[in-house]
Design a binder for this molecule. Structure first.
Ligand code: BYC
Length: 322
């Protein structure tokens, strides 16, 4: 039996090395399956919880155009969550189990959504920086080895690039506006810059999952590689806006061909991941309240489905009898 598993694992790794996609009914190591359930469900939860900080500004968007854009974006995030829950379900976990893990605090979601959105400029900063960081990570995931996850990512990335542009356009509008508007944009950048860098996860040396995930091509790049890529792309965008990055150690390193940057506050990161960030409790409560208040909708949908199925069954019985 041991040899058998060993052979299967070798064949599996050979398929990965050859660049083949793994599909739900293919044999896979249990840890590969579990890692995907963990990552995809956490990704789905991030999309759903990620609707909350932005939803906070829908009623207060400064124009009808901005309101429509934001509504569409938040609606897209819901769609992303649903594709991702479906991709995770192909691995043998139910949606109810995933929701339960979120509501009981067992499953994580991205640390970034535990920060408050204090001004309209934060909506610009989220689109520019948070969606910008998400795209860097997710473009890599379009080539991830598990078929349903990779395919979901292709569509998600297309929509995320609209989101990023929407955010940058808000920032551009504010930076070309009054002194006060520019200050709002700078303040949002100051508050969202470091948490955006934390989105990529801990440093490679402190990331327990990276080595195996790179071997299985779940991750094609490491946390630090993606973080550097994001910084290199984003700094010139801040220059164009005329904003100053809140990092005195940030400077171009000619030799490396990358920006050097200051130390991330990892204590803050782990505090937020453990549930002690500024908005963790509020976010979780919003999700559990929505779940409780939606119970009657689920009950009604189930009762209707049951009624339909009984009706169909009785029609079939009649057909057989006649
Ligand atoms: N926040 O070994 P590591 C979006 C956890 S949503 C919280 O490096 P891994 C959007 C990590 O889970 C963007 N926890 O892990 C939506 C692990 O703990 P567990 C969401 C984090 O998985 C609305 C531990 O730390 N994107 O686009 O190899 C509006 C050790 O880390 C974080 C995704 O979810 C964090 N930032 O790498 C706008 C992308 N970082 O699970 C935008 C898919 C790490 O072992 N996910 N942890 O208990 C990934 O690519 C990877 O899971 C990560 C982490 C790079 C995030």
């Amino acid at each position: 039996m041991k040899n058998n598993i060993h052979d299967l694992e070798e064949k599996f790794q050979a398929r990965i090395d050859a660049g083949e996609k793994i599909e739900p009914k293919d044999w896979m190591p249990e840890k590969y399956r579990k890692t995907h359930i963990r990552q995809i469900s956490q990704h789905a939860h991030s999309e759903i919880v990620g609707m909350l900080p932005e939803g906070n500004w829908i009623t207060r968007a400064p124009s009808l155009r901005r309101k429509l854009g934001l509504l569409a974006k938040v609606q897209d995030e819901a769609g992303h969550g649903l594709y991702l829950y479906s991709a995770a379900e192909t691995l043998g976990i139910s949606r109810d189990q995933m929701f339960d893990q979120l509501h009981t605090g067992k499953a994580k979601y991205s640390s970034i959504f535990n920060y408050p959105t204090l001004s309209w400029a934060d909506i610009g900063a989220i689109g520019w920086l948070v969606d910008g960081a998400a795209i860097i990570n997710q473009v890599m995931l379009t080539r991830t080895s598990f078929g349903p996850y990779a395919r979901a990512m292709v569509r998600i990335c297309k929509e995320e690039s609209f989101h990023q542009r929407q955010g940058y356009e808000i920032m551009l509008g504010l930076c070309r506006g009054t002194e006060e508007q520019k200050e709002m944009a700078q303040d949002a950048l100051n508050r969202f810059w470091w948490p955006s860098l934390m989105m990529f996860g801990p440093k490679d040396e402190d990331s327990p999952n990276t080595e195996q995930s790179v071997k299985w091509k779940i991750k094609r790049k490491t946390n630090d590689e993606l973080r550097q890529e994001f910084i290199d792309i984003t700094v010139p965008q801040a220059d164009f806006l005329g904003l100053k990055m809140p990092d005195p150690d940030l400077k171009w390193n000619e030799e490396r061909g990358h920006y050097d940057f200051g130390e991330i506050d990892w204590d803050e990161f782990w505090q937020v991941v453990k549930g002690n960030g500024p908005c963790n409790k509020e976010r979780l409560k919003a999700r559990t309240d929505a779940w409780d208040e939606g119970a009657w909708v689920r009950d009604a949908a189930n009762a209707y489905a049951e009624k339909q199925s009984l009706k169909k069954q009785s029609e079939n019985n009649k057909k057989i009898a006649s």
